[in-house]
Design a binder for this molecule. Structure first.
Ligand code: GAL
Length: 386
């Protein structure tokens, strides 16, 4: 526990003594101690470190976490790190120096934070790993995320459904293939990238093995498929290279496994520039491209019949879980995990809370994204967040 939380932890035992002495709760300046070893939210600052503002997803995460924490009474120090590792390290250092009592961190490079977490631990500051697992450190106290393997499974199934190999209920579709596909993965320094890819391959590999799906480039390993820092432009370039190297013989790529909407848009740009589309039902149809995050620009592309699908992760619920975890630590307890087996960070298995995910095709936009208030109909129509 931080200094305030540390005092809180001591306070139960000291309360009588202090009361007997007629002393006031000298709570390290902030008076953070409450009854029963807890500190009041009003006395606590939570440092929230987010990776980047170049993606709507992370802007929304930052805003949701901040709003919900402030609503619960905490002071929030929210920082975005521009996808730059030294910036994130420096921001976390300064959160600690400025007295953060609890840290909530979505890492850029999940393997680069051990030093910062060591410092946090030495000051009894609980660390909540947000969405992305922080690796190679024993000082990760809790992990809030989605079921990342299921995200990959859902992406694999969405690719099959988009190709007509699978119906909505999971039964076999009318199409038979073979279909040419290409595989994209996320950033190798993000633990999630492996879960997404492995989940998707658990669905796709049997169909690659029986020849229904053909990865024509032969690039089937995650290292070959990975896109550093999840960059849209890098994905566009890789797709352009694949089209040049592999599809300049008159063949077409029918489907592309993409783990994130930003990459999907880069891939779609490359395909569009090469004469695919504009839509999935055009004469030379757009390839079936999957996605993740229900970013507004991609939701519009799905509505317009350009991108095939995305995986929706309700970041409002993730923010809620982060707030609950922080509250549990503030009260001197432990957050409640619903998974204590899956997320080994290389040093220990981190107790986790996993949230479910939903697949979104054009037909689901209204019921899943608009009715839930995640996006408005106007935002979907314009492709821009208000
Ligand atoms: C992952 C996250 C995805 C996506 C991606 C790129 O860690 O789980 O939802 O946002 O980063 O930002």
């Amino acid at each position: 526990m931080s200094k305030k939380l540390g005092f809180a932890a001591l306070s139960a035992g000291m309360a009588l003594t202090l009361a007997a002495c007629g002393g006031e709760g000298a709570g390290g300046g902030g008076g953070g101690a409450g009854a029963g070893g807890s500190a009041a939210p009003e006395d606590l600052t939570i440092g929230v470190s987010m990776p980047t503002q170049t993606s709507e997803r992370w802007i929304a995460d930052g805003a949701n976490v901040q709003e919900q924490l402030e609503g619960a009474g905490y002071t929030v120090d929210l920082q975005f790190a521009n996808d730059d590792i030294p910036t994130q390290l420096q921001q976390i250092d300064s959160m600690i120096t400025q007295g953060a009592d609890i840290l909530v961190i979505a890492a850029i490079d999940g393997t680069a934070l051990a030093g910062q977490l060591e410092t946090a631990a030495s000051q009894n500051i609980p660390v909540v790993s947000y969405d992305r697992l922080i690796r190679d450190s024993e000082n990760v106290d809790f992990y809030v995320t989605f079921d990342n393997f299921q995200v990959g499974v859902a992406q694999g199934n969405a690719l099959l459904r988009g190709l007509g190999l699978q119906n909505e209920d999971g039964s076999a579709g009318t199409a038979t293939g073979p279909f040419n596909i290409e595989l994209f993965a996320g950033s190798l320094d993000d633990n999630n990238a492996f879960f997404f890819f492995n989940g998707a391959m658990s669905v796709l590999q049997p169909l690659i093995d029986d020849g229904t799906l053909v990865v024509k480039s032969g690039q089937t390993s995650i290292e070959q498929a990975a896109i550093l820092r999840w960059q849209q432009e890098t994905a566009q370039r890789r797709m352009e290279d694949l089209l040049t190297s592999t599809y300049n013989d008159g063949s077409r790529v029918d489907g592309v496994l993409s783990p994130y909407d930003g990459l999907s848009r880069g891939i779609i740009t490359a395909l569009t520039n090469a004469g695919y589309g504009p839509t999935l039902d055009a004469g030379n149809p757009m390839a079936v491209v999957t996605g993740q995050d229900a970013e507004i620009a991609s939701v519009k592309l799905i509505q317009d019949g350009v991108q095939s699908s995305t995986i929706f992760k309700d970041t409002r619920l993730l923010a809620e879980q982060a707030v609950e975890a922080a509250a549990a630590f503030a009260e001197g307890g432990e957050p409640e995990a619903n998974d204590t087996e899956t997320y080994d960070n290389g040093v220990k298995v981190v107790p986790s809370y996993l949230l479910p995910v939903e697949t979104v095709f054009a037909d689901d936009i209204q019921s899943v994204l608009i009715d839930s208030g995640y996006w408005t109909a106007d935002e979907v129509a314009s492709g821009q967040a208000d």
